[in-house]
Design a protein around this ligand. Structure first.
Ligand code: SF4
Length: 496
């Protein structure tokens, strides 16, 4: 509705509310900025409201944070970086207490360390391990850091009730009658303020297109980004809001690696508008989506070594002589010394007590599959470097490769594949830390394999135990070693 000055009343009211809430206490604000329309509108509201206050009233800090998952669509992350820079410059010029930050996942949780290092299957709706690791946890770390400094913080988010009925329900369930602030669902001492919660999508666009960006941004460019998609990937900082958000990859604002959505929109939109060098990225993303359901590339046990059963597709014909009971199958696996971490497929199925036919459920990607994924990723990186004539383009960092190398060694990668793969695919010899302690020679490995077969012990188990022993060999205190041994033995042996 328009007021007598022809202004949208919701917008006027929202800006006044922002000022009132800002002045009400000294709790700092953390504003989530994803580069999408809703969060741009919120940052613009906050920036404009603060600009209208007296200098003496600008007492508390406003932190504007954006998440950089390290697998962001290249165009989007460079636009976010650019915008954060403009906001920071203009805020300094106007003397506003605004600080901009990018939050990133911890090295141990990045997309590549999780997928290639630990073998997690490419994420999907039912196993969406990425949002917590890449977005929620890094943002929460930032917030908790501010909580420990200031006692309490207020998160300012671009959530709207009209986005979906689920979202409206979540927002309502967190609200207290008559109060503007909502309790954060998981972080104590954090509150949520949603200044545009009553805005419709039209209100948001009206605000962005009719009111000039105070830091000199161009909101018409933003509109252009939305031509193919209507959703955005918010900087999710609340688990319940995450659940109501569905996939955030279904927009131009998701990760380029996103396999949660059936069809990628983050890259195709840009490719359709002529950005050719994104094609290798799209091909790689499609490859990641395809291999997830390939049984031969996945371990036949969970990461913790446990096995579980899943149904066989109803149209699959299974000959009677390929069916065993679970006990018989376990016996067979032990007798044949089958390594469930490497075997491509088991020829036997299981008849359960209720008569249904099952097969072993799937775990992480096998080491062999991960080697292939890494090779293809490096090939993709090389293609993009050539297309852009820029040898600095990096899809996976050296730090990630180093950590993946350590994780693989723990899983028994005695051949130390990472430096070899890197050299073969890029032609570049990197400065890898060398382990001077003697490695096993080929004939020693063969001897060990023969002994394992003779005594019915999986070679992968021995490899893991030796890898842990090597890790601890320089330490005086080796207390953790026996715990690690127990953990590994528990995985491999006891569950069969
Ligand atoms: S965009 Fe996709 S891959 Fe990235 S965090 Fe969201 S759901 Fe996960």
């Amino acid at each position: 509705m328009l007021n007598i000055f022809g202004e949208n009343e919701k917008i006027v009211k929202a800006k006044e509310q922002v000022k009132k809430v800002y002045l009400a206490d000294d709790r700092p604000w953390v504003v989530g900025y994803s580069g999408g329309k809703d969060s741009t509108a919120v940052v613009q509201l906050v920036f404009s409201a603060l600009s209208e206050l007296e200098a003496s009233q600008l007492k508390k800090m406003v932190y504007i944070i954006s998440s950089d998952t390290l697998v962001e669509t290249p165009m989007i992350i460079s636009s976010i970086t650019n915008t954060l820079g403009m906001i920071q410059d203009e805020a300094m010029r106007r003397g506003l207490p605004i600080e901009t930050h990018k939050v990133r996942p911890e090295l141990k949780n990045t997309f590549w360390v999780t997928l290639i290092g630990r073998g997690y299957p490419s994420p999907r709706q039912k196993f969406r391990w990425c949002t917590d690791r890449l977005k929620i946890d890094p943002a929460n770390r930032f917030i908790l850091d501010k909580v420990s400094k200031y006692g309490e913080v207020i998160m300012v988010l671009g959530v709207r009730e009209t986005e979906s009925s689920t979202r409206a329900g979540v927002i309502k369930s967190h609200s207290v009658e008559g109060k503007v602030l909502m309790k954060h669902s998981s972080l104590p001492n954090a509150y949520v303020f949603a200044p545009i919660r009553e805005f419709t999508m039209e209100d948001v666009w009206q605000y962005l297109l009719e009111y000039e960006s105070p830091w000199g941004g161009n909101n018409h460019d933003l509109l252009q980004l939305y031509q193919d998609s209507s959703s955005e990937c918010p900087l999710i900082v609340d688990k319940e809001i995450k659940e109501s958000a569905g996939s955030c990859g279904n927009s131009r604002f998701g990760c380029w690696t996103c396999t949660v959505v059936k069809e990628d929109k983050a890259l195709t939109g840009f490719i359709n508008s002529g950005v050719e060098w994104l094609k290798p990225l799209l091909e790689f993303r499609n490859y990641l989506a395809k291999i997830r359901s390939d049984r031969s590339l996945r371990q036949k046990q969970r990461t913790n070594g446990q096995i579980y059963l899943v149904s066989v597709p109803s149209d699959q014909q299974i000959p009677e002589d390929k069916i065993k009971t679970l006990e018989e199958l376990k016996e067979y696996i032990q007798k044949e010394n089958i390594d469930l971490a490497h075997v491509e497929e088991l020829e036997y199925y299981i008849r359960t007590e209720d008569g249904s036919i099952k097969q072993l459920g799937l775990g992480p990607f096998t080491l062999k599959a991960r080697e292939e994924i890494l090779r293809r990723l490096l090939q993709t990186q090389k293609k993009v470097q050539e297309m852009r004539q820029d040898s600095t383009v990096e899809l996976i960092s050296l730090e990630e490769l180093k950590l993946i190398r350590r994780l693989w060694k723990r899983e028994g990668d005695w051949e130390d594949q990472i430096p070899k793969i890197y050299y073969q695919e890029t032609g570049i010899e990197l400065d890898w830390e060398q382990d001077d302690r003697p490695q096993f020679k080929k004939n020693q490995i063969t001897d060990l394999e023969r002994l394992c077969e003779e005594y019915g012990v999986p070679i992968s188990l021995i490899k893991k135990l030796i890898a842990v022993e090597r890790e601890y060999s320089g330490y005086k205190i080796r207390r953790g070693l026996y715990q690690e041994f127990d953990r590994i033995l528990d995985q491999e042996i006891l569950h069969l």
